[in-house]
Ligand binder design. Structure first.
Ligand code: HSE
Length: 300
């Protein structure tokens, strides 16, 4: 039996569409056990009833993918899932399942894949690298397509900063949120994002938070996704204006991620509660820290 925890993640961070991602100290837990035959999947926690308990389950499909790659023959499997990362809210819940399945299967089969190899497989299964990257390596990751495959470069974010997640009740499928994006964007919008993404990385590494509000602006995906999330543009603008924090859609949404300076944290919370109340918006406000280690085996 192998037990693995995998952190939630926030991808894009505004300007870093499909490139930047952060690992968050909120974890899903997966156990994988080889049995004599059959497949048994038990899930508990957030929206556990929505998780498939057959071969469509992403933890199983990912584990099987690794077993197949490694040429490992298993009898049967028992998978236990403890789900704490809210499902379908842009906090990387599907990445936790993929990474959890791959890492557990790597241990069970003793296939010995490296983190980079697991990252390559996980990106292929997920279709984009910026959630599985931070889920595997922890901290801030910069992901990009290289030759022959994707690369993830991890960095440790500054201790001056912390995260506030604004989690709504409704879900948004990533597939649908990718479906509204254009194939091409104006050069001026690409330049706008390159400037913000560069600024954001420097702020995340140095903790100099003064320009966070500018650094998390985006023109590559949020303006298009606003058609799926009523009021998105105004909400982001008003929160960042009132608090000075960096605010963006977390992944494909619908949650928002705020990056704030740790010191005026109480002030930020007071302002944001007031603002959301005035706007009649019902978000769960969750404080979070960066996870620095990424997915790990916690039991064998
Ligand atoms: N970069 C991906 C997207 C992240 O925005 O579609 C999804 O969580």
């Amino acid at each position: 039996m192998v037990e693995v925890i995998v952190p939630a993640t926030s991808a894009n961070l505004g300007p870093g569409f499909d490139v930047l991602g952060l690992s968050i100290n909120l974890y899903n837990r997966f156990k994988l056990e080889e049995t004599d035959g059959g497949l048994k999947i038990e899930a508990s926690g957030d929206a556990a009833f929505k998780l498939p308990s057959d071969e469509k389950n992403l933890v199983f499909a990912s584990a099987k993918r690794l077993f197949d790659e490694a040429g490992y023959r298993y009898g049967g499997l028992r998978i236990t899932i403890e789900n704490r990362v809210p499902l379908g809210r842009g906090l990387g819940s599907s990445s936790t399942a993929i990474v959890g399945g791959l890492i557990a299967a790597n241990e069970v089969s003793r296939a010995g894949l490296t983190k980079d190899e697991i990252f390559a497989l996980a990106t292929e299964i997920e279709g984009h690298p910026d959630n599985v990257g931070p889920a595997i390596f922890g901290g801030l990751t910069i992901c990009y397509r290289s030759d022959p495959g994707f690369r993830a470069v991890p960095y440790k974010p500054s201790e001056n900063l912390k995260l506030v997640l604004l989690i709504p009740n409704n879900v948004l499928e990533t597939k649908m949120a990718r479906g509204v994006l254009p194939k091409e964007v104006p050069l001026s919008d690409a330049v706008f994002n390159i400037a913000r993404a560069s600024l954001l990385v420097s702020i995340l590494l140095t903790g100099r938070s003064g320009l966070l509000r500018d650094a998390m602006q985006d023109r590559l995906h949020q303006p298009y996704r606003a058609s799926l999330i009523p009021g998105l543009t105004d909400t982001i603008r008003e929160i960042s204006r009132a608090t000075g924090a960096g605010v963006a859609l977390s992944g494909a949404g619908p949650s928002l991620v705020c990056i704030i300076d740790r010191l005026p944290e109480k002030d930020f919370l007071k302002k944001i509660r007031q603002l959301l109340k005035e706007r009649g918006q019902d978000y769960l406000i969750q404080l979070a820290e960066f996870d620095l280690e990424g997915a790990r085996v916690i039991g064998r």
